[in-house]
Design a protein around this ligand. Structure first.
Ligand SMILES: *[C@@H]1O[C@H](CO)[C@@H](O)[C@H](O)[C@H]1NC(C)=O
Ligand SMILES: *[C@@H]1O[C@H](CO)[C@@H](O)[C@H](O)[C@H]1NC(C)=O
Ligand SMILES: *[C@@H]1O[C@H](CO)[C@@H](O)[C@H](O)[C@H]1NC(C)=O
Ligand SMILES: *[C@@H]1O[C@H](CO)[C@@H](O)[C@H](O)[C@H]1NC(C)=O
Ligand SMILES: *[C@@H]1O[C@H](CO)[C@@H](O)[C@H](O)[C@H]1NC(C)=O
Length: 316
């Protein structure tokens, strides 16, 4: 450690806890994360960076986020205060970039703030439409931050699944290799690492496909004289086995949408059926609502499908 660094350190000694050098994890090539306990704003950590073994005896200088910093050589120790990581680049004398290391700070005991929680208080929502297709995980960025995906992976039983990031950076689509025939005995383990500036946040989900099965919306195909028929969701077709669905039917006021009356139950008649037809009896105008659920797991309901029936005022 050189004198200038020592002086900078001394200035902060009273308020800052100086973390252990080199306590970092490699996220992927050229990206490391310093794991910081406690309040990251009150910490200062040092880390040793190296440009590359082949540059051991060269005159290397360094920049942090393109600004020159006062360290030289292949191996240098830099200090990271609070969450002020950065992109450290090493340069040869001419100024050309030789290599870089993105240094992120991962606060372990700090509230997560880069993604928004969903209604179930989770940051990442995973859904599968059937047992044979891909599953999809999505998240919402906090609009006041400038979040970036750093890394993602999904595995089952330490077999990596093939995942790709959606074009909008707010979701992942992964192929599950498991045959839909076999019983699911191990969970899928999903990891998502995101950053805002140089602050890193880790999100993990572990789940069975059968817990995240949410059928697609059913298609109401017929609505005549209060008799309704619908088809199983298009995405529910199974090529190699049969997975039954059950349906929830309710009839609510024609002034309401199906979602609005969820959980009310009083003024609506809810029925659970396995067939794909239903007859409404003794109602004037109304909204007919139907949604589907995997009847093996009884877990997640599809979104509602609805059909409004408007009748003339009774003739008198
Ligand atoms: C560049 O730096 C990374 C660390 O960020 C290191 O793993 C890699 O080996 C270096 N590349 C070369 C060509 O030395
Ligand atoms: C870090 O710097 C390298 C070299 O200039 C560049 O290729 C890379 O995109 C930068 N990374 C970030 C996150 O700014
Ligand atoms: C999931 O993966 C992460 C990162 O690879 C690992 O730390 C964690 O222990 C795994 N969890 C399970 C339940 O396998
Ligand atoms: C399963 O669902 C996916 C959408 O997640 C869909 O693309 C695929 O066609 C569905 N599979 C079948 C057999 O319908
Ligand atoms: C709806 O039902 C609940 C419980 O069954 C009852 O407490 C509540 O008073 C009912 N609301 C109306 C508007 O009838």
């Amino acid at each position: 450690m050189n004198m200038i660094l020592l002086k900078v350190f001394a200035l902060h000694l009273t308020l800052l806890h100086i973390g252990d050098a080199n306590k970092f994890r490699v996220i992927k090539p050229n990206v490391i994360a310093l794991e910081v306990n406690g309040n990251p704003m009150k910490q200062k950590t040092s880390v040793v960076l190296s440009c590359g073994d082949q540059f051991d005896n060269s005159e290397i200088h360094w920049r942090k986020n393109q600004e020159k910093i006062d360290v030289k050589g292949n191996r240098v120790e830099v200090s990271i205060e609070a969450m002020l990581g950065g992109n450290f680049t090493c340069h040869e004398e001419s100024g050309d970039v030789l290599n870089h290391t993105l240094v992120l700070v991962s606060p372990l005991d700090f509230d997560k703030a880069i993604l928004l929680r969903n209604d179930d208080k989770e940051f990442v929502t995973c859904v599968a439409r059937n047992y044979s297709g891909p599953f999809h995980c999505s998240w919402k960025w906090d609009p006041i931050r400038n979040g970036v995906v750093v890394f993602f992976s999904a595995s089952r039983n330490s077999n990596m699944l093939k995942c790709s990031l959606d074009a909008d950076n707010a979701g992942l689509t992964c192929e599950d290799l498991q045959c839909p025939f076999s019983e699911e005995v191990t969970r899928i383990n999903l990891t998502l690492l995101v950053r805002n500036q140089y602050r890193l946040e880790e999100h993990q989900r572990t789940f069975f496909i059968h817990d995240i099965i949410k059928p697609g919306k059913v298609d109401i195909t017929k609505a005549e004289n209060d008799a309704f028929e619908w088809k199983i969701p298009k995405t529910w077709n199974q090529p190699c086995s049969f997975f039954p669905l059950r349906y929830e039917v309710k009839v609510v006021s024609h002034r309401k949408e199906c979602e609005e009356t969820s959980g009310e139950g009083n003024h609506s008649e809810n029925h659970y059926v396995s067939e794909t037809h239903y007859k409404v009896i003794g109602r004037k105008s109304y909204t007919f609502c139907v949604r589907a659920q995997d009847s093996f797991t009884n877990k997640v309901w599809s979104d509602w499908s609805q059909h409004k029936v408007m009748k003339q005022k009774s003739r008198k």
